[in-house]
Design a binder for this molecule. Structure first.
Ligand SMILES: Cc1cc2nc3c(=O)[nH]c(=O)nc-3n(C[C@H](O)[C@H](O)[C@H](O)COP(=O)(O)OP(=O)(O)OC[C@H]3O[C@@H](n4cnc5c(N)ncnc54)[C@H](O)[C@@H]3O)c2cc1C
Length: 772
């Protein structure tokens, strides 16, 4: 690709790198002709868009041709390239003739410094030229693949395979922009079209063997790969990821975790092969976060050995049920269980809602939830049940069972614990959402950083080139801390996956707390990242094909479903409070959830924080632990004070919401920092470890800068808070040269980013219009 004709150099991006002298205009034209595709020229425009014949990837090298002044002297006697003049008569309308004429026009352009305009060197072109950031930025100081190994954590090859599988199918809407092909859903389609194509994509992935073993396989490796695949699929399209998540994780997961052998044998294989299409009906119009309050009723009929399921009122209609509106054949129904007039609480049942031809079953009514601000490829529906009868065996009975004579039996006697067990399938969903949110943040950041390394705005002094966006300190301050946070959160997401996959019944509480804290924090972070990246790309951020803007709408729902973020964070602080009170009552040290630091002497923060201290792991962990331990004590103390004033414990907890909020955040940030430190110290000394140290310091200090509680409660003096702020600025400068390498190590294939991440001039050129 000819990108620049300026300062006597013609720069052509190709491989291998070399410098070739050009002595005559004929040589020049030969070179140019070689690199131009036949269909390129736009004769009226000076800013000719030269299409490149072979431009395999963004890491192409530059071939620079030197253009000495005498070349231009000869341009007045311009001739077509060798091989055309004599042997092939020149058709004035041929592409070669047109190309030649336009190039000649460029070369003949009068120079302000030359009266004749012929002998002067080429002046910088009036047009902006795109230079791939790989050519303008320094080579990576560390190995990006090694960083990707840390950040992705596992299954790099499997991920790349799946990306290719998606790129290969026309169902994934490949579209040309300039010399590149991008894949992204067509959001211009109606919701019905989006739903159908989502289903077709699932069928394609099924044929390609992507879901093999997702429900029938076992072992940590298979589980990890499944999670990696869902991350990759989510990058392509959230609807596709959610439609699969509902089928495999919610419907399939409910059968796995809440069912027993009879359910596993009957449903798991059929689910894996899509002979049945499952959905998960928990939420109702009247009750979402408060699942315990749902109003659907299942009454056991001893005469027939069936459960009779009813929607007793409009607020009991099942709402938002993914897959229900169009495709699902079966559902899990969450319902109150009535036996002989006694309510045994929420239980889960399997029911068929459509026959094999897609007709809604008798005693079931289904309506659509309608158009949404995103996720329109998922057919969310509403369901009513009118005396729907399901056999007794359809009760998912790993937690509790009903015997044929109507006797209710459960190994879990405590109704609270029983209810908690029924929510188990949601844990896998939360893990999945948390890790996906990090991957989506990477898409936004990779796009915004690549754009900021090629987009210029304003000159600082007259006649100087305009400044690259990422060379503005403000732009660095907007994007680089978000990169550091995303890297730290990648480590945390990998940790969450590991503890989830290695789970034991004893670890359920721990996993619930970590998955709640990280699901909320990582999805909120994702929204912040996408908004900042959208703005960082200016108007281009609003173009759907550039992805960032549309991803905001698509992923917004992450903060609401599978546990509302605010409600989840409340549960985190409540759980920490219980641990704290229990340890006090037992008079034993705190154990688990990383709270052991509270048993140690209180950390002391130095009065004057130097740059070196601010960047040390010890200081960063100390100040995070100090904040957490103090907030936990304050929270416990405030709750107890309210109780002394006569409030119930529940009310006291509600009234202490500010401290609860701060504590849950402090717990999550300390957890993320500790995990990230663990990944850093596991690296051998070298450039990668150094880089991770910078990212870790940026993560820690930006958290300090953003949380007023460090000043509010005096964990840092005003001077120290100011020093931390200054250090963030220095870290921005230190990280700036690594920005491209870090986002490259995110491992997002080029085709899954938007055109704005690459040659956005070429992608928007007139000659590309026909590709749109
Ligand atoms: C696109 C989409 C797909 C979905 N798919 C499914 C599905 O397949 N199956 C399914 O069963 N459900 C599904 N849901 C439902 C989803 O799980 C619920 O929307 C979610 O649980 C929140 O419930 P709600 O909408 O009733 O909100 P509410 O619970 O009414 O919450 C509303 C607001 O009140 C706040 N709030 C609630 N309780 C408290 C409290 N104790 N203290 C302080 N604030 C509180 C919340 O933070 C929130 O901001 C889906 C939802 C959407 C939007």
């Amino acid at each position: 690709m000819i990108s620049q004709i300026c300062s006597n150099f013609l720069r052509i991006y190709c491989s291998p790198s070399q410098v070739t002298p050009i002595n005559t205009i004929v040589d020049l034209l030969q070179v140019v002709s070689k690199h131009l595709s036949p269909s390129v020229l736009c004769p009226d425009s000076y800013a000719v868009d030269y299409k490149f014949k072979t431009f395999p990837n963004s890491h192409a090298q530059t071939t620079t041709y030197y253009l000495p002044p005498h070349v231009f002297a000869s341009s007045s006697t311009l001739r077509p390239p060798c091989g055309y003049t004599n042997s092939i008569p020149m058709d004035p309308n041929s592409s070669v003739a047109r190309r030649t004429a336009i190039i000649a026009g460029h070369l003949r352009r009068p120079s302000p410094s030359s009266a004749s305009g012929l002998a002067a060197p080429l002046q910088p072109a009036a047009c902006i030229h795109y230079t791939p950031p790989e050519l303008s930025e320094k080579s990576p100081a560390f190995d990006p693949v090694s960083l990707r190994r840390v950040l992705d954590g596992h299954d790099l090859e499997a991920r790349d395979w799946l990306f290719r599988v998606m790129e290969e199918s026309p169902l994934f809407c490949p579209r040309r922009r300039g010399d590149r092909t991008f894949v992204a859903p067509d959001y211009n389609q109606s919701k019905e079209q989006q739903r159908e194509v989502t289903m077709r994509r699932i069928e394609y992935l099924l044929r390609r063997g992507v879901f093999e073993g997702w429900l029938t396989g076992s072992g940590p490796e298979a589980e990890m790969r499944k999670l990696a695949f869902l991350e990759c699929i989510g990058i392509y399209d959230h609807s596709l990821g959610i439609k699969l998540g509902v089928h495999f994780f919610l419907w399939g997961g409910a059968i796995q975790f809440l069912g027993t052998k009879r359910h596993h044998d009957k449903w798991l294989k059929a689910t894996e092969t899509y002979q049945v299409k499952g959905c998960f009906a928990m939420t109702e119009l009247g009750h979402g976060s408060n699942v315990r309050g749902i109003e659907t009723i299942a009454t056991y009929d001893t005469n027939t050995g069936e459960f009779v399921i009813n929607t007793p009122c409009e607020s009991a209609q099942k709402y938002w049920i993914g897959g229900a509106a169009n495709h699902a054949t079966h559902t899990i129904i969450f319902s109150q269980l009535l036996i002989n007039g006694t309510n045994q609480g929420v239980h889960a049942f399997i029911a068929q809602i459509r026959d094999a031809d897609g007709n809604v079953c008798p005693n079931v009514r289904i309506a659509d939830c309608g158009h949404k601000i995103g996720l329109n490829g998922v057919d969310n529906g509403r369901i009513w049940f009118d005396n729907l009868r399901v056999p007794r065996e359809n009760l998912l009975n790993s937690v509790a069972d009903v015997l044929p004579d109507g006797q209710y039996v459960s190994s879990i006697k405590n109704p609270d614990q029983r209810f908690a067990a029924f929510l188990a399938p949601l844990t896998s969903g939360r893990v999945n959402i948390a890790v996906k949110a990090v991957y989506i943040s990477k898409v936004g950041l990779a796009t915004a950083v690549r754009y900021a390394l090629t987009r210029r705005a304003f000159s600082i002094t007259a006649n100087d080139p305009e400044v690259l966006l990422l060379d503005y300190p403000t732009h660095q301050r907007r994007l680089l801390p978000l990169i550091a946070k995303t890297c730290a959160m990648s480590s945390a997401a990998n940790y969450l996956k590991r503890i989830y996959i290695d789970r034991t019944p004893e670890a359920n509480k721990t996993i619930h707390i970590y998955s709640s804290a990280l699901k909320a924090t990582l999805t909120w972070h994702n929204m912040t990242v996408l908004q900042e990246c959208r703005e960082a790309c200016g108007g281009q951020g609003l173009k759907t094909e550039n992805r960032i803007g549309i991803l905001k709408g698509e992923f917004d729902v992450h903060s609401t479903f599978e546990g509302d973020n605010n409600v989840l964070m409340q549960q985190v602080s409540k759980a920490l409070l219980s641990e704290y009170i229990a340890a006090h009552k037992r008079k034993s040290p705190l154990k688990g959830l990383g709270l052991e630091h509270m048993n140690d002497p209180c950390p002391v923060i130095p009065a004057n924080l130097t740059s070196c201290t601010l960047r040390s792991i010890k200081f960063q962990l100390d100040v995070f632990c100090l904040r957490e331990r103090d907030l936990l004590r304050r929270y416990a103390s405030e709750v107890s004070q309210y109780q002394v004033q006569g409030e119930s414990k529940e009310k006291a907890v509600l009234l202490s919401y500010q401290l609860a909020d701060e504590l849950a955040k402090a717990f999550t940030q300390r957890t993320i920092l500790q995990i990230f430190v663990g990944d850093e110290v596991a690296q051998p000394a070298g450039p990668l470890k150094d880089l991770m140290g910078l990212l870790r310091s940026m993560y820690a200090l930006i958290c300090v800068e953003e949380d007023a509680s460090f000043l509010r409660y005096g964990y840092l003096s005003l001077d120290n808070a100011a020093a931390a702020r200054k250090e963030v600025m220095k870290l921005c400068s230190d990280l700036r040269p690594h920005a491209l390498s870090v986002v490259s190590s995110f491992g997002i294939p080029d085709a899954f980013l938007g055109p704005i991440a690459f040659d956005w001039i070429q992608a928007n050129s007139w000659s590309s219009v026909s590709d749109e």
